[in-house]
Design a protein around this ligand. Structure first.
Ligand SMILES: O=C(O)COP(=O)(O)O
Ligand SMILES: [Mg+2]
Length: 222
């Protein structure tokens, strides 16, 4: 990889670096069971991921017809369940560790910008031995606003202090965030997106992390 290419790359977490839906699903169903409500399927929960845990809980409550007066308490219970077991079932996608290793060796500064609450985000990165790659992690509660507002992504790049080369994410929210931030976007097609890839603005699309370093190398200098 050419030295002149080196800059900063920021990654989304859920559905991009890590297949985290199984632990979110388990925590949701533990929370629902406490309230005497029926469980929801993994597929349903995947459709609710992308805008952070408070929004996930609101979507779950709507699906189960639970009164919004219980919202604050349910968000608190969800966080308690999820923080206790954030990475029992979650795994990095194939090729993620090798791709991060290659990009780090090429002296890219790497960061994470997720809408997931910061505490479980850091616990997951630690549990899956991914924290060592990242110099900054911005969570859904790090700033007063969340993605698709561009502020969290711009804050991640500002902390990294290198030229923004690329944002990598899996969802509609990520594509919109990159567009509003004016930063190139690599769309991982293997995550939790609901829209066809053609409908989302991206610099490139990839479905295998083994191909990511070469895609980054092919970009013009940041
Ligand atoms: O927690 C969510 O809902 C989404 O998290 P993400 O921004 O890492 O995809
Ligand atoms: Mg995501």
């Amino acid at each position: 990889m050419d030295v002149h290419m080196t800059g900063a790359i920021v990654f989304d977490l859920d559905g991009t670096l890590v297949d985290s839906a199984p632990d979110l699903h388990a925590a949701v169903n533990r929370m629902l069971a406490e309230h005497g409500a029926l469980p929801l399927s993994l597929e349903t929960i995947i459709g609710f991921i992308g805008n952070g845990i408070p929004t996930l809980v609101r979507r779950v409550m709507t699906a189960r017809g639970l009164p919004s007066s219980q919202e604050a308490q349910m968000i608190q219970r969800m966080l308690a369940h999820y923080n206790a077991q954030p990475a029992d079932l979650s795994r990095p996608y194939d090729g993620v560790v090798n791709a991060l290793t290659t990009l780090k060796q090429a002296e890219y500064a790497l960061g994470v910008c997720t809408n997931k609450t910061l505490t479980p985000a850091i616990r997951i990165l630690d549990a899956l031995d991914l924290s060592r790659f990242f110099d900054v992690v911005i969570g859904g509660d790090s700033l007063p606003v969340t993605k698709p507002d561009p502020a969290p992504l711009l804050a991640a790049f500002a902390e990294l202090g290198a030229d923004p080369a690329l944002y990598v994410g899996d969802s509609e929210v990520d594509a919109e965030t990159a567009r509003r931030a004016g930063i190139r976007f690599g769309l991982f097609a293997g995550g939790y997106r609901k829209t066809p890839v053609e409908a989302l603005p991206s610099t490139f699309v990839f479905d295998d992390f083994a191909s990511l370093p070469a895609q980054v190398d092919a970009l013009s200098p940041a």
